[in-house]
Design a protein around this ligand. Structure first.
Ligand SMILES: Cc1cc2nc3c(=O)[nH]c(=O)nc-3n(C[C@H](O)[C@H](O)[C@H](O)COP(=O)(O)OP(=O)(O)OC[C@H]3O[C@@H](n4cnc5c(N)ncnc54)[C@H](O)[C@@H]3O)c2cc1C
Length: 510
């Protein structure tokens, strides 16, 4: 799409939009494409372990290193705030997410995540059962879907025919069978990888669904939505392994009428997963070196050298460390390393561009009939808008506040250029146009819209990604350099990022 083609919804009778880009600095990451500045006057710095990237994986790695008694740790990040894709924003004094916004309750394999949540006081064991602090569980009503002119409770479209219902049930059985026969786990490194998994990974999810006669439009819309929501790309782009993993590694798929079905509880906060990122980063404060763009990483005989650009003072730093953990996306790690290992060179991952928009409103919106406003609000039929969450939903303060909504758009690869180049106003118009069918009065009520762009938000588990031997190889250190990023799982969620960080700390100290 060209920048011009984004323009929509001209509203001459309304005041100009207030807002702008927030949260990310694409020009900083793009410094890696430019020639290196002269290193002759670089400021020398050192640390025993240097972590590049203060996203969830980098923070988890530093936390685990400290638990293991390694205190001489430094963490670099190109942004002025730690947290990566799990950072927050503030509008009119209220917190909201710019990226990750929820965490499902961890299953038994996500033991490191459970331990973190226990230490943060979110859960405690009582008589052998996990007791979750209700304040942090998503309050009711959790989610609703706009379909056929009305809101329905829950995101799975009500079955429109006996055949659709039969297909819902059949898919549910196939997910349960895959879970029983093959096994799926979150984080994915805790599941065995068998020829059965590899066969699923060799085809697209859409092809697998076709083979099983699962073609009901409502089922296919829902599965597409789930893939776009977790993987940033639809069912015809991600692998069948990924499509099944989404359900089989967590809660399964529950057809309507399934007696065992319960709404999946999730942890969420007004600022989304920034709540977690801030609690991870706060104790690491003295070790965080923000506004630093790592430019080059070279392994030497006695250690590793990292050249980093210190943005506020526009000068180069030369870091020396015994070990380096690259907690950046793997395509960034490949660019950073002077001599990338073969595994990294052979790896090909696609990354999805995403756009998020925080919308501050003057008054609550007029609502269509049906289910009441919920935490997560999704519109059936929309192809790039995933929906919006209400940042006020979890607020415990009963004082009425202006509504604050966070909208999520997973974009096709072809729109990355426009995301970088088109003015924010055009993207704001695009977001408003996508939201208009559900909320025609949105533009009138809009006080401000802040947009956040992620050119390479998350790796897409395309066919072959998860089976790549290179991915497995990179879970082990290459010399003095270890890797820690959700990309190691082939897709991006908190559990994968956190576990990758803890695992990297273990290999560095073993
Ligand atoms: C819009 C959006 C919504 C999401 N929603 C959810 C959700 O609700 N729940 C969920 O579980 N997951 C969600 N995710 C996935 C999210 O990516 C993961 O949960 C997690 O935050 C990934 O952490 P990470 O450490 O692996 O990666 P990142 O967050 O990518 O961290 C990498 C860090 O490296 C830094 N970096 C990169 N290059 C350099 C360099 N050259 N020098 C210095 N620093 C560098 C970056 O600035 C960044 O801080 C979402 C992602 C996005 C983009």
């Amino acid at each position: 799409m060209t920048a011009g083609a984004l323009a929509s919804g001209c509203t001459p009778d309304l005041p100009p939009l207030q807002g702008g880009w927030v949260g990310t600095h694409p020009e900083r990451g793009h410094r890696l494409r430019e020639p290196l500045p002269s290193a002759s006057t670089a400021t020398p710095r050192q640390a025993h372990v240097l972590i590049v990237g203060a996203g969830i994986a980098g923070l988890a790695c530093a936390r685990e290193l400290q638990r293991r008694g390694v205190d001489d740790v430094a963490i670099l990040d190109l942004e002025p705030t730690a947290g990566g894709n799990s950072r927050g924003h503030q509008l009119a004094g209220a917190r909201c997410p710019i990226g990750a916004h929820y965490l499902p309750l961890p299953g038994p394999e996500a033991r490191e995540v459970y331990q973190l949540l226990e230490e943060l006081g979110l859960v405690r064991q009582q008589l052998g059962r996990a007791m979750w602090d209700e304040r942090h569980l998503c309050h009711s009503p959790q989610e609703r879907l706009f379909i056929d002119g009305a809101w329905q409770d829950g995101l799975l479209p009500a079955a429109d025919s006996p055949d659709t219902l039969a297909q819902y049930r059949r898919f549910s059985n196939l997910v349960a069978e895959a879970q029983r026969q093959l096994g799926f786990a979150m984080p994915t490194r805790r599941a065995r990888w068998t020829p059965g998994h590899a066969a699923l990974d060799a085809q697209t999810f859409a092809a697998w669904l076709d083979q099983h006669g699962l073609t009901a439009p409502r089922l296919r819309w829902y599965l597409d939505y789930c893939c776009r929501d977790d993987f940033g790309a639809p069912a015809d782009t991600v692998s069948a392994w990924a499509g099944l993993h989404y359900f089989a590694s967590r809660h399964g798929f529950h057809a309507p009428g399934d007696e065992t079905a319960e709404r999946e509880p999730v942890l969420t906060w007004p600022e989304g997963n920034a709540w977690l990122a801030e609690r991870l980063s706060q104790p690491l404060h003295p070790h965080l070196h923000l506004d630093r763009v790592a430019l080059q990483v070279s392994e030497e005989r006695e250690g590793v050298e990292v050249l980093a650009w210190q943005v506020p003072e526009q000068r180069l730093e030369r870091w020396r460390a015994r070990h380096v953990v690259l907690a950046t996306p793997l395509f960034v790690a490949r660019r950073l390393l002077r001599t990338p290992p073969a595994a990294l060179q052979s790896l090909r991952q696609q990354h999805a561009p995403w756009l998020t928009a925080n919308l501050l409103l003057r008054e609550p919106l007029i609502d269509h009939p049906g289910a009441p406003p919920s935490w997560d609000n999704v519109s059936h039929g929309s192809t790039r808008l995933l929906g919006y969450v209400n940042a006020r939903h979890q607020a415990l303060d009963p004082t009425p506040q202006p509504p604050l909504l966070t909208a999520y758009l997973a974009l096709p690869d072809s729109q990355r250029g426009a995301l970088l180049q088109a003015p924010w106003q055009q993207w704001a118009d695009a977001v408003l146009a996508d939201l208009a069918p559900t909320h025609p009065d949105l533009r009138e009520q809009l006080a401000r819209i802040d947009l956040c762009r992620f050119g390479h938000a998350m790796s897409i588990p395309t066919p072959g990604t998860r089976s790549a031997a290179a991915l497995q190889a990179l879970t082990q250190p290459q010399g003095r350099i270890a890797f820690a990023h959700s990309d190691l799982a082939g897709y991006s969620v908190f559990e994968e990022a956190y576990t990758a960080g803890v695992s990297a700390a273990r290999v560095v100290t073993s």
